[in-house]
Design a protein around this ligand. Structure first.
Ligand SMILES: [Zn+2]
Length: 149
């Protein structure tokens, strides 16, 4: 995944591995990849991170790099920074999309759309990785760019 110059946003901290099971996701972002779990026993894609496949109960489903493209399943625009997220005060309004990943069995993942506030359901988006910085707690963050159809 290319890291491209886009508007950077702060992040709701803390980021990075909070429990050992999600560490491969964060290591993937550090290495420039979006990684999602993919059970090899039953072919189910899994998001959020889990110790066990929800379908066949196989332990430790492996992680796989996924092309960071998808479509907007839903979205919301935030106009006011909440007291618990004052770090976003300079960034509002901004749009967060729930993106469906066709290369990961249709799993859906959240992220801020960095190039526009105007998105629509079904719109194609492409992921990019905002580099680790002070405003992201030292971790890279998955972001989205809405593409023209
Ligand atoms: Zn499975």
């Amino acid at each position: 995944m290319d890291v491209i110059a886009q508007k950077s946003f702060p992040a709701a901290l803390p980021l990075g591995p909070q429990v050992p099971v999600d560490e491969p996701f964060w290591m993937g972002l550090l290495e420039g990849e979006l990684r999602i779990q993919h059970c090899k026993e039953c072919d189910r894609w899994i998001w959020g991170p889990s110790w066990v496949c929800q379908d066949c109960h196989a332990f430790d489903p492996p992680w796989e790099a996924v092309e960071p493209v998808g479509t907007v399943y839903s979205w919301t625009t935030t106009h006011h920074a909440f007291p618990a997220s004052r770090e976003f005060a300079e960034s509002v309004p901004y749009t967060t999309a729930l993106v469906e990943l066709p290369h990961a069995g249709g799993r859906r993942i959240l992220g801020i759309v960095t190039n526009t506030r105007d998105v629509r359901i079904g719109q194609h988006v492409r992921g990019w990785i905002q580099p680790a910085g002070e405003s992201t707690g030292g971790w890279p963050v998955l972001r989205w760019i809405a593409e023209e159809d």
